[in-house]
Design a binder for this molecule. Structure first.
Ligand code: OOG
Ligand code: MG
Length: 261
């Protein structure tokens, strides 16, 4: 850790203001070149504390940069984790206002909903046993940094670009689905924009949860029952604008769709 606790709180407030003002800022390492990944998570924790103090509730967590397509697109080569609050959630079929976002992009994901807490070291079988359902999802990411450019400490501080998430259905049973081989198709205005397989996420999306739980354990936290976990973009993310209708279909799982206005 290289930053003082005062600087960490200041950077979290700076990021929170950027979200509220819908304004892009310099990536944090421009002003704090010695910032580490640990500093990034400390800023993220402070940002989460601001959101919770405002009355937002923790809805779950996200793993990001878990597929080769995403790592290549963003120039970052290790996964990163973030939190999700109820204020980021939008219903399937709803409308999302582009004016509330800086430069939104969408990515298709498989989301897990947990029914039992997970803590410490676990494996894929334990993740599946603790999972209530898997659902098709689209994450709307919106980096607070200019030109959607960042490095690992900066994107971690920025809650890994989390901004909105939408889950669809019907919910699938993780015990019977081939979770490591689900075909995924994402469309924008009726045209296929990306396609891929859930295998793109670390070979098996439950492995993103194994890594998340290990990350939480190292910080003295667990993954609570009832969490939504976004396991990471299966394909590269795609920019969206007002008027776009978007959807993602996951083989064996159904679909999720909504509109940007
Ligand atoms: C960072 C967040 C990545 C994912 O699913 O890979 C992410 C970003 O690309 O802005 O959410
Ligand atoms: Mg994502």
């Amino acid at each position: 850790m290289s930053l003082s606790s005062q600087t960490i709180r200041g950077l979290a407030a700076h990021l929170d203001r950027a979200v509220r003002d819908v304004r892009a800022i310099h990536k944090l390492t421009d002003d704090h070149p010695g910032m580490t990944v640990e500093d990034g998570y400390a800023v993220q924790d402070a940002l989460r504390a601001i959101a919770l103090a405002r009355g937002e509730r923790l809805a779950g967590y996200k793993a990001g940069l878990t597929s080769a397509a995403k790592m290549k697109q963003m120039g970052v080569s290790v996964p990163a984790f973030g939190y999700l609050t109820d204020a980021m959630r939008r219903a399937d079929g709803s409308e999302i206002e582009v004016a509330s976002l800086v430069h939104p992009r969408i990515e298709p994901e498989v989301a897990f909903v947990t029914k039992r807490a997970l803590a410490g070291r676990c494996d894929v079988a334990e993740v599946i046993a603790a999972t209530e359902a898997v659902v098709p999802a689209i994450e709307v990411i919106d980096s607070r940094f200019e030109n959607f450019r960042f490095d690992l400490p900066s994107v971690i501080a920025d809650d890994t670009s989390a901004s909105r998430f939408v889950t669809g259905g019907p919910p699938g049973d993780p015990r019977t689905l081939p979770l490591d081989a689900l075909e995924v198709v994402m469309e924008k205005n009726g045209v296929v924009v990306t396609r891929g397989s859930s295998a793109a996420v670390l070979g098996h999306p439950a492995l993103a949860i194994v890594a998340l739980v290990e990350h939480l354990a190292a910080r003295g936290e667990e993954l609570p029952a009832g969490s939504v976990v976004m396991t990471g973009g299966i394909t590269e993310a795609v920019a969206v604008a007002a008027g776009d209708r978007v959807s993602a279909r996951v083989e064996g799982l159904g679909a999720v769709s909504f509109r940007f206005v």
